[in-house]
Ligand binder design. Structure first.
Ligand SMILES: NC(=O)c1ccc[n+]([C@@H]2O[C@H](COP(=O)([O-])OP(=O)(O)OC[C@H]3O[C@@H](n4cnc5c(N)ncnc54)[C@H](O)[C@@H]3O)[C@@H](O)[C@H]2O)c1
Ligand SMILES: N[C@H](C(=O)O)[C@H](O)COP(=O)(O)O
Length: 328
């Protein structure tokens, strides 16, 4: 099998992303890791952490080679302003976004086989005047995909979301029959094509307490969710269970045969997954024309440069990207 070429974006320069990338370089990888970043930032973070890393320039015309321990391949970008650990600087937001744009473009053109993203700080990017709600939405917009699916996976549990980074006040309106059906179709198709599950079993959470209690605690289940799920079952014979009350869905009785749980919004599903698997989970974007995985955590600004950041989730994200791209 040919060696894969994986773009890696360390994300926010003042956060733990650069630390984690130089830590990852301490081991060999069976793929070429093309880190889209300022090499001076990585060199200074490596020095701060007492780590040795040799940087090699990315050479697109050469065949990808497995990454040797102690090395990183670099697609260079220049920070606008020198980065200080833990101190956000809006001047560097364009740098962060440009690394993502490059990684997305090169994946769409087929030059890279996947992208693995480190954590960005959504607030500072917006403060710089760039509208940005997350990598998921950024890559979806760039690839002209109206709907993609955010799914986080940890051993024993996979959770996907109907809505992602929107205010809670907008969630109920965003859950339309059309959106729900698009999301489930993408989820179903990618679980088959990327994860090799023949007939994915999808458990779906209700939106309201007790899944609406027959309409007494909210009508979205009756008006939108149940008809949407019924149509999918009838038209496509999808193996869908629900909507079930979200507070009792996450128990072994259901999870033991669930391929995925579909939550209606970010903080309905992700706290459950992260309480079980923070540090050993991976965030996967389904429905993109390429493979994108990411860490399960944020910028952890106070840990930048301390050597205390855990690389577990970044390792999971890289391994998952290598595994999924190797199936293509
Ligand atoms: N993948 C991403 O780009 C991503 C994911 C989540 C949050 N974020 C962003 O990160 C910023 C900060 O968010 P937050 O404070 O809610 O979450 P956070 O994950 O940065 O921090 C939450 C807690 O977990 C700890 N933590 C996080 N990662 C760790 C690691 N690798 N090792 C050890 N401890 C770790 C932190 O010290 C903190 O106590 C926000 O702007 C948020 O939007 C980005
Ligand atoms: N929702 C993600 C999480 O909680 O881990 C995180 O914000 C990152 O999302 P993007 O991959 O879209 O940036």
């Amino acid at each position: 099998m040919s060696t894969k070429r994986i773009a890696v974006t360390p994300g926010e320069p003042a956060g733990i992303g650069p630390d984690l990338v130089v830590q990852l370089a301490q081991q060999a990888w069976p793929a070429e890791l093309v880190v889209c970043a300022d090499p001076e930032l990585l060199a200074s973070r490596a020095k701060q952490l007492g780590l040795q890393v040799t940087f090699r320039p990315y050479q697109p015309n050469q065949a990808p080679k497995p990454q040797e321990a102690g090395t990183l391949t670099i697609a260079p970008f220049k920070l606008v302003s020198e980065s200080i650990c833990g101190q956000l600087d809006e001047q560097n937001s364009t740098y962060v976004v440009e690394t993502l744009r490059y990684a997305g473009e090169k994946n769409m053109s087929g030059e890279f086989d996947a992208v693995v993203t480190g954590p960005v700080h959504k607030g500072i990017i917006n403060q710089a005047g760039i509208s940005f709600s997350g990598h998921t939405e950024f890559f979806a917009h760039q690839a002209n995909c109206p709907d993609v699916v955010m799914m986080l996976a940890t051993p024993g549990l996979q959770v996907a979301l109907v809505t992602t980074h929107i205010p809670l006040a907008y969630v109920a309106k965003a859950i339309t029959r059309q959106r729900l059906q698009h999301i489930i179709k993408i989820l179903h198709a990618d679980l088959i094509s990327k994860f090799g599950i023949i007939s994915p079993k999808i458990y779906v959470c209700g939106l309201n307490p007790h899944a609406g209690e027959d309409g007494h605690l909210g009508r979205e289940e009756i008006d939108v969710i149940i008809p949407a799920l019924n149509e999918l079952r009838e038209e496509f014979q999808m193996n869908i269970v629900g909507p079930l009350p979200a507070d009792t869905l996450f128990q072994p009785k259901y999870l033991q045969d669930a391929d995925v749980v579909l939550a209606m919004y970010h903080d309905q599903g992700l706290p459950v997954l992260k309480s079980q698997g923070f540090g050993k989970s991976v965030n996967i974007t389904l429905g993109l024309p390429y493979i994108r995985t990411s860490v399960d955590h944020g910028t952890a600004l106070t840990l930048a440069g301390t050597g205390k950041a855990d690389i577990g989730s970044f390792v999971c994200a890289l391994n998952k990207a290598i595994e999924l791209s190797s199936k293509n």
